[in-house]
Design a protein around this ligand. Structure first.
Ligand code: NAP
Length: 260
């Protein structure tokens, strides 16, 4: 049998964790999952993991070379576009095949009242006509645009409690990690008399319930559009990712036979 293919899985999402579990069971693959280190106690992951940035494109390229990485799978969050672009550039520089697993975006459906905006600054500019009380369902790094907007009150959902020195928008923090369900989300919105929801278009099932809850309660949702992903091979499912991997495993097996 040939040596296992070394796969670097850029993670931080539920899709990446599920894929990591599948890959970890495959003896033809040696997978390392890389996390940004944003979450203090991430859900347990199988196999080898590493934490924290690589140090930009050059750091990632050095890592790919020094660890002898054969393939890179980018299964990061659709809004984590810096690491995705870095991965594209570093893989091109080191000739490492790369696949982007990008879960499909949510689509607006009948009854939704979406207001699509380009970024969080544009989101903050749209509040005035919508009310006073907002449910902020964004990442810790995204909250800055809403700090100091003293005319508004925010219900801020976070995975981890905020650092004591983090500036927060005026309001209340509620801690929670998906998956969330629609009934609970509706209760939360009602209880806090929320006028509108502010969210990214993360896609997937785990955090969709707030969208369905807002639809049911006839509330507007400010949806921050996704950044543009890097050019290159891209799929939307774990199945398609595994098919891509199989093609590389087959090529690797042929190359190993030829070497004998
Ligand atoms: P980012 O802006 O793409 O990345 C910033 C830097 O963090 C990268 O340049 C890289 O540092 C490091 N990094 C990011 N992901 C990494 C990974 N998987 N392994 C190693 N290093 C990684 O991403 P972000 O700052 O994490 O988040 C941007 C947006 O995505 C936010 O809106 C956030 O809420 C959302 N998001 C991210 C994650 C996540 O796990 N990253 C999860 C959920 C939501 P170096 O340049 O030093 O390599």
């Amino acid at each position: 049998m040939s040596d296992p293919l070394r796969v670097l899985l850029l993670g931080g999402t539920t899709d990446a964790a599920a894929l990591g579990r599948q890959l970890d069971r495959d003896p033809r693959v040696a997978v390392t999952t890389s996390l940004a280190g944003r979450t203090r106690s991430p859900a347990p992951l199988p196999g080898k993991t590493r934490n924290g940035g690589f140090g930009g494109v050059s750091g990632l390229a050095s890592y790919l070379r020094s660890e002898g990485i054969d393939l890179l799978i980018d299964a990061t969050h659709p809004y984590a576009d810096r690491i995705s672009h870095n991965a594209a550039t570093a893989c091109a520089a080191t000739d490492t095949p790369r696949l982007h697993l990008l879960r499909p975006a949510w689509q607006e459906t009948e009854g939704d009242r979406w207001i699509r905006v380009a970024d969080r600054t544009a989101a903050a500019r749209r509040l005035e006509s919508l009310g006073r009380r907002f449910f902020l369902s964004l990442g810790r790094q995204d909250l800055g645009a809403f700090v100091g907007l003293s005319d508004y009150w925010f219900l801020i959902r976070m995975i981890d409690p905020p650092d004591p020195d983090q500036a927060l928008p005026t309001g209340e923090v509620v801690l929670g990690r998906g998956p969330f369900d629609q009934e609970n989300e509706m209760d939360l919105l009602r209880q806090h008399k929320i006028d509108a929801v502010i969210t990214k278009n993360s896609g997937g099932d785990a955090t969709y319930a707030k969208i369905a809850a807002a639809r049911e309660l006839d509330l507007p949702v400010i949806v921050i559009d996704r950044p543009t992903p890097p050019v290159g091979e891209s799929v939307t499912s774990a199945g398609a990712t595994l098919a891509w991997l199989e093609r590389h495993l087959a090529t690797n097996a042929i190359a190993t036979q030829d070497d004998r």
